[in-house]
Ligand binder design. Structure first.
Ligand code: MG
Length: 230
Protein backbone atom coordinates (compact mmCIF):
# COMPACT_ATOMS: atom_id res chain seq x y z
CA UNK A 1 0.00 0.00 0.00
CA UNK A 2 1.33 3.40 -1.04
CA UNK A 3 -0.20 6.75 -0.09
CA UNK A 4 0.30 9.83 -2.27
CA UNK A 5 -0.63 13.28 -1.01
CA UNK A 6 -0.86 16.10 -3.55
CA UNK A 7 -0.60 19.81 -3.00
CA UNK A 8 -3.16 21.73 -5.09
CA UNK A 9 -2.02 25.16 -6.33
CA UNK A 10 1.01 24.99 -8.60
CA UNK A 11 1.04 21.18 -8.41
CA UNK A 12 -2.34 19.94 -9.71
CA UNK A 13 -3.71 23.21 -11.08
CA UNK A 14 -2.87 26.80 -11.86
CA UNK A 15 -5.83 29.10 -11.15
CA UNK A 16 -4.05 32.03 -12.85
CA UNK A 17 -4.39 34.06 -9.66
CA UNK A 18 -8.10 33.43 -9.09
CA UNK A 19 -7.55 32.28 -5.51
CA UNK A 20 -5.39 35.24 -4.58
CA UNK A 21 -7.81 37.68 -6.23
CA UNK A 22 -10.79 36.14 -4.43
CA UNK A 23 -9.01 36.37 -1.06
CA UNK A 24 -8.05 40.00 -1.55
CA UNK A 25 -11.55 40.88 -2.79
CA UNK A 26 -13.17 39.14 0.17
CA UNK A 27 -11.05 41.10 2.65
CA UNK A 28 -11.81 44.33 0.78
CA UNK A 29 -15.57 43.71 0.66
CA UNK A 30 -15.89 42.52 4.26
CA UNK A 31 -13.80 45.22 5.89
CA UNK A 32 -13.94 48.20 3.53
CA UNK A 33 -10.22 48.25 2.71
CA UNK A 34 -8.44 48.29 -0.70
CA UNK A 35 -8.04 44.91 -2.43
CA UNK A 36 -4.31 45.22 -1.81
CA UNK A 37 -2.00 42.29 -1.03
CA UNK A 38 1.39 43.99 -1.36
CA UNK A 39 4.14 42.09 0.40
CA UNK A 40 1.95 39.09 1.27
CA UNK A 41 3.33 35.79 -0.08
CA UNK A 42 0.99 32.98 -1.01
CA UNK A 43 3.05 30.03 -2.35
CA UNK A 44 3.00 26.97 -0.13
CA UNK A 45 1.28 28.71 2.77
CA UNK A 46 -1.97 27.90 4.54
CA UNK A 47 -4.97 30.10 3.82
CA UNK A 48 -5.24 30.75 7.53
CA UNK A 49 -1.70 32.16 7.69
CA UNK A 50 -2.26 34.21 4.51
CA UNK A 51 -5.45 35.80 5.81
CA UNK A 52 -3.76 36.70 9.07
CA UNK A 53 -1.11 38.55 7.00
CA UNK A 54 -3.84 40.28 4.95
CA UNK A 55 -5.55 41.33 8.18
CA UNK A 56 -2.25 42.69 9.53
CA UNK A 57 -1.63 44.58 6.29
CA UNK A 58 -4.95 46.38 6.71
CA UNK A 59 -4.96 46.63 10.53
CA UNK A 60 -7.95 44.30 10.81
CA UNK A 61 -8.16 42.51 14.20
CA UNK A 62 -7.49 38.77 13.74
CA UNK A 63 -10.51 37.59 15.72
CA UNK A 64 -12.24 34.29 14.99
CA UNK A 65 -15.38 36.28 14.11
CA UNK A 66 -13.48 38.32 11.50
CA UNK A 67 -11.89 35.17 10.09
CA UNK A 68 -15.33 33.52 9.82
CA UNK A 69 -16.73 36.62 8.07
CA UNK A 70 -13.83 36.51 5.61
CA UNK A 71 -14.20 32.78 4.95
CA UNK A 72 -17.91 33.08 4.13
CA UNK A 73 -17.25 35.80 1.54
CA UNK A 74 -14.14 34.08 0.14
CA UNK A 75 -16.13 30.89 -0.49
CA UNK A 76 -18.89 32.93 -2.17
CA UNK A 77 -16.48 34.85 -4.42
CA UNK A 78 -14.11 32.07 -5.47
CA UNK A 79 -16.31 30.44 -8.17
CA UNK A 80 -16.72 33.67 -10.15
CA UNK A 81 -12.98 34.36 -9.94
CA UNK A 82 -12.24 30.82 -11.16
CA UNK A 83 -14.62 31.42 -14.07
CA UNK A 84 -13.04 34.78 -14.92
CA UNK A 85 -9.45 33.50 -15.10
CA UNK A 86 -7.90 31.21 -17.68
CA UNK A 87 -6.55 28.61 -15.26
CA UNK A 88 -5.69 25.03 -16.13
CA UNK A 89 -4.83 21.56 -14.95
CA UNK A 90 -1.04 21.33 -15.05
CA UNK A 91 0.90 19.09 -17.50
CA UNK A 92 0.83 15.38 -16.74
CA UNK A 93 -1.67 15.68 -13.89
CA UNK A 94 -4.63 14.13 -15.70
CA UNK A 95 -2.57 11.11 -16.72
CA UNK A 96 -1.21 10.65 -13.19
CA UNK A 97 -4.65 10.87 -11.61
CA UNK A 98 -6.23 8.52 -14.12
CA UNK A 99 -3.52 5.91 -13.55
CA UNK A 100 -3.39 6.28 -9.77
CA UNK A 101 -7.15 6.65 -9.37
CA UNK A 102 -7.77 3.37 -11.17
CA UNK A 103 -6.06 1.45 -8.36
CA UNK A 104 -7.89 0.81 -5.10
CA UNK A 105 -4.64 -0.30 -3.46
CA UNK A 106 -3.33 3.27 -3.59
CA UNK A 107 -4.46 6.01 -1.24
CA UNK A 108 -4.79 9.44 -2.88
CA UNK A 109 -5.11 12.46 -0.61
CA UNK A 110 -4.35 16.16 -0.37
CA UNK A 111 -1.98 18.15 1.78
CA UNK A 112 -2.87 21.73 1.01
CA UNK A 113 -3.02 25.14 2.57
CA UNK A 114 -6.46 25.62 1.00
CA UNK A 115 -9.55 25.54 3.17
CA UNK A 116 -11.49 22.29 2.70
CA UNK A 117 -14.34 24.13 0.95
CA UNK A 118 -12.14 26.16 -1.38
CA UNK A 119 -10.03 23.09 -2.19
CA UNK A 120 -13.27 21.39 -3.24
CA UNK A 121 -14.39 24.39 -5.32
CA UNK A 122 -11.06 24.53 -7.14
CA UNK A 123 -10.87 20.80 -7.87
CA UNK A 124 -14.52 20.72 -8.92
CA UNK A 125 -13.96 23.64 -11.30
CA UNK A 126 -11.17 21.75 -13.04
CA UNK A 127 -12.98 18.39 -12.96
CA UNK A 128 -10.54 16.46 -10.76
CA UNK A 129 -12.24 16.41 -7.34
CA UNK A 130 -13.50 12.82 -7.67
CA UNK A 131 -9.98 11.41 -7.32
CA UNK A 132 -9.78 12.77 -3.78
CA UNK A 133 -13.38 12.37 -2.62
CA UNK A 134 -14.40 9.74 -0.10
CA UNK A 135 -18.14 10.40 -0.26
CA UNK A 136 -18.25 12.67 2.78
CA UNK A 137 -15.52 15.04 1.67
CA UNK A 138 -12.01 15.35 0.36
CA UNK A 139 -9.33 13.15 1.90
CA UNK A 140 -6.29 14.74 3.51
CA UNK A 141 -5.22 17.83 5.43
CA UNK A 142 -6.41 21.40 4.83
CA UNK A 143 -5.64 24.95 5.92
CA UNK A 144 -8.82 25.58 7.94
CA UNK A 145 -7.45 25.04 11.39
CA UNK A 146 -3.70 25.31 11.10
CA UNK A 147 -1.32 28.16 10.38
CA UNK A 148 1.65 25.86 9.77
CA UNK A 149 1.70 23.51 6.83
CA UNK A 150 3.61 20.87 8.83
CA UNK A 151 0.55 20.61 11.10
CA UNK A 152 -1.68 20.17 8.03
CA UNK A 153 0.54 17.25 6.98
CA UNK A 154 0.35 15.70 10.45
CA UNK A 155 -3.45 16.00 10.33
CA UNK A 156 -3.50 14.17 6.99
CA UNK A 157 -1.36 11.37 8.43
CA UNK A 158 -3.63 10.94 11.46
CA UNK A 159 -6.58 10.55 9.09
CA UNK A 160 -4.65 8.15 6.85
CA UNK A 161 -3.55 5.89 9.71
CA UNK A 162 -7.12 5.86 11.02
CA UNK A 163 -8.41 4.66 7.66
CA UNK A 164 -5.55 2.46 6.50
CA UNK A 165 -3.81 0.91 9.46
CA UNK A 166 -1.72 -1.19 7.08
CA UNK A 167 0.27 1.91 6.13
CA UNK A 168 2.86 1.95 8.86
CA UNK A 169 6.12 2.77 7.07
CA UNK A 170 6.75 6.38 6.18
CA UNK A 171 8.60 5.36 3.00
CA UNK A 172 5.23 4.22 1.70
CA UNK A 173 4.00 7.81 1.92
CA UNK A 174 4.79 10.39 -0.75
CA UNK A 175 4.06 14.10 -0.97
CA UNK A 176 3.92 15.85 -4.36
CA UNK A 177 4.28 19.63 -4.23
CA UNK A 178 5.64 22.77 -5.89
CA UNK A 179 7.32 24.65 -3.02
CA UNK A 180 10.00 24.14 -0.40
CA UNK A 181 7.20 24.19 2.18
CA UNK A 182 5.80 21.01 0.62
CA UNK A 183 9.24 19.40 0.96
CA UNK A 184 9.49 20.58 4.57
CA UNK A 185 6.04 19.28 5.53
CA UNK A 186 6.81 15.92 3.90
CA UNK A 187 9.87 15.64 6.14
CA UNK A 188 7.73 16.56 9.16
CA UNK A 189 5.74 13.35 8.61
CA UNK A 190 8.71 11.27 7.45
CA UNK A 191 7.39 11.05 3.90
CA UNK A 192 9.30 11.04 0.65
CA UNK A 193 8.69 13.89 -1.73
CA UNK A 194 8.44 14.68 -5.43
CA UNK A 195 9.03 18.39 -6.07
CA UNK A 196 7.54 19.71 -9.28
CA UNK A 197 8.68 23.05 -10.73
CA UNK A 198 5.30 24.10 -12.12
CA UNK A 199 4.34 26.57 -9.42
CA UNK A 200 5.67 28.74 -6.65
CA UNK A 201 9.39 27.88 -6.62
CA UNK A 202 11.87 27.41 -9.44
CA UNK A 203 13.96 24.29 -9.96
CA UNK A 204 17.12 25.57 -8.24
CA UNK A 205 15.17 26.71 -5.15
CA UNK A 206 13.49 23.31 -4.93
CA UNK A 207 16.81 21.47 -5.48
CA UNK A 208 18.35 23.32 -2.51
CA UNK A 209 15.64 21.81 -0.26
CA UNK A 210 16.75 18.31 -1.37
CA UNK A 211 13.56 16.54 -2.47
CA UNK A 212 13.82 12.83 -3.27
CA UNK A 213 12.73 13.49 -6.85
CA UNK A 214 12.73 16.81 -8.74
CA UNK A 215 10.94 17.24 -12.07
CA UNK A 216 10.00 20.09 -14.37
CA UNK A 217 6.41 18.86 -14.55
CA UNK A 218 4.39 15.68 -13.97
CA UNK A 219 4.89 14.42 -17.50
CA UNK A 220 8.19 13.31 -15.90
CA UNK A 221 8.82 11.13 -12.81
CA UNK A 222 6.96 8.29 -14.46
CA UNK A 223 9.39 5.85 -12.81
CA UNK A 224 7.64 6.69 -9.51
CA UNK A 225 4.28 5.96 -11.09
CA UNK A 226 5.55 2.65 -12.44
CA UNK A 227 6.99 1.70 -9.05
CA UNK A 228 3.76 2.53 -7.23
CA UNK A 229 1.66 0.69 -9.77
CA UNK A 230 3.69 -2.55 -9.78
MG1 MG B 1 1.42 24.79 -4.08
Amino acid sequence: MTAVFFDIDGTLICTAGAGQDAMASAVAQCFGVPADRAGVTFAGRTDRSIVLDLFALHDIPSTEQNIATFVRRFVELLPEHLQAKQGRVLPGVSTWLQRLGARDDLYLGLITGNLHRTAHLKLEHYGISSYFHNGAGLRGGFGDDHVERDDVARMAMVQLRGLRANIVASEQVWVVGDTTRDIQCARAIGARVIAVATGGHDRSTLAAARPDVLVDDLTQATECLDEWLQ
